[in-house]
Design a protein around this ligand. Structure first.
Ligand code: ADP
Ligand code: MG
Length: 326
């Protein structure tokens, strides 16, 4: 069952800024990741989903209803965690929670109490003394205290320390298990890879790839790094695989470091092992295609291709975990 649909959603702010023909579909119970660096268009897309902004062309629907025209209904049924949180300065957490409870006409406090407990939030803490993590916790509590079926989170963990980040990831996983439909924008690879069923990569306001997380994990083409202790064996293997073995694709070789990076289809792995067994090898390990490497294909090399490829930039493994707009 379809819960969220964006169809050619466009908002042109000029100078190539904004979002352009953004289309995606989120099914019931699915966790959908929206991955892109700062300025890619994540928050703009989300603001349209929530009905805060009017699309220039195209549209976005939640529960089959146009977001902009059904703004208040969407707010009732959806939990939204904004990227930037502005809290009133004079209150403590409890005051703010109570204001939001009244606004929402909250009748059942079960989820509210659960969230306070889960995030070990101190409601008596003054808002002005809160750290970024405390504020994010409070925002999560008020965003989801009505236990909505749909959760929309705009970069929920950015700026948080790894422990706090893990608490948020755990919460997303728990909600996913409870059957919630989740839309998560992020620029942090591991949280998207860990939680999402499907991922869209957004670049300069356009979706450049949409794929299932599983397709990354079960790619048929595997890449291996082979390490040698001596030049003789290194050279013998290079000669062996480059002369006749067409099913082995050498991506990179380095006679100083005595390493070879190669790619092979799953079905030929036994053949590869048979060849390797003839030589003295120091180490042999798989270089798994990570979301980060896949993502970098779009961001580093300006290369656009559909589906999952095993090609990868050699520098990709060294790239920053947190991206800035390039
Ligand atoms: N209200 C606005 N007016 C003009 N430009 C905007 C506005 N909102 C966002 N932008 C621009 O649109 C682009 C996408 O922004 P945004 O959606 O906030 O990106 P993200 O959330 O991925 O960091 C950026 O270049 C940003 O400067
Ligand atoms: Mg944003």
């Amino acid at each position: 069952m379809e819960i969220i649909r964006a169809q050619n959603l466009t908002k042109d702010y000029g100078h190539n800024r904004g979002i352009f023909n953004v289309s995606f579909l989120v099914e019931k119970g699915e966790t959908f990741g929206f991955l892109g660096p700062n300025g890619a268009g994540k928050s703009t897309t989300i603001r349209h989903m929530m009905g805060f902004s009017k699309p220039q062309s195209g549209d976005v629907y939640i529960f089959g209803k146009q977001s902009f025209k059904n703004y208040s209904e969407i707010l009732n049924n959806v939990g939204y965690l904004p990227g930037e949180i502005a809290l009133p300065t004079s209150d403590n957490g409890e005051d703010f929670i109570n204001i939001m409870r009244k606004l929402r006409h909250l009748k059942n406090d079960d989820m509210l109490n659960y969230l306070i407990e889960k995030f070990k939030f101190n409601p008596k803490l003054e808002t002005k003394k809160m750290s970024l993590g405390d504020k994010r916790k409070l925002a999560i509590i008020v965003a989801f205290m009505h236990d909505p079926d749909v959760l929309i989170l705009d970069e929920p963990t950015s700026g948080l320390d790894p422990i706090m980040q893990q608490t948020f990831i755990d919460f997303i996983k728990e909600e996913k298990k409870r059957g919630k439909t989740i839309f998560l924008s992020s620029h942090i690879f591991n949280e998207v890879e860990e939680t999402c069923d499907r991922i869209a990569i957004i670049k300069d306001g356009k979706i450049v790839s949409t794929f299932t997380t599983n397709s990354l994990k079960h790619n048929q083409n595997k890449t291996f790094d082979v390490y040698f202790s001596d030049l003789k064996n290194y050279k013998m293997l290079v000669e062996d695989i480059t002369s006749q073995k067409k099913y082995i694709n050498v991506l990179n070789k380095d006679s100083n470091k005595l390493t070879i990076k190669l790619t092979i289809n799953d079905k030929n792995i036994n053949k590869l092992i048979a060849i390797l067994s003839k030589y003295k090898i120091h180490e042999f390990k798989e270089d798994k295609l990570t979301l980060e490497q896949y993502f970098m294909n779009f961001y580093k090399e300006e290369k656009d291709f559909g589906g999952v490829s095993y090609e990868r930039g050699n520098k990709s493994g060294k790239s920053n975990k947190r991206l800035q707009k390039q």
